[in-house]
Design a protein around this ligand. Structure first.
Ligand SMILES: [Zn+2]
Length: 65
């Protein structure tokens, strides 16, 4: 991923909203997941992340610090 994209992702992490349980498709890994669902706005689009991908994003943020 490009650094700019990562920066944009990190910038949007603070506006994460939690939604209820249920099945959803993660926009990052493309898998159907159930459980915690994270949504964030990126470039005017709402993307849906599963818990695993969200954690991965956080790890990425730690690495960049
Ligand atoms: Zn995922």
């Amino acid at each position: 991923m490009k650094r700019k994209v990562i920066a944009a992702l990190l910038a949007t992490v603070t506006i994460l909203s939690f939604t209820g349980c249920g099945k959803f498709t993660c926009d990052m890994c493309g898998e159907e997941k159930s459980g915690k669902k994270y949504q964030e706005e990126l470039f005017g689009e709402t993307i849906t992340l599963c818990n695993d991908c969200y954690k991965g994003l956080e790890d990425l943020a730690d690495m960049l610090d």
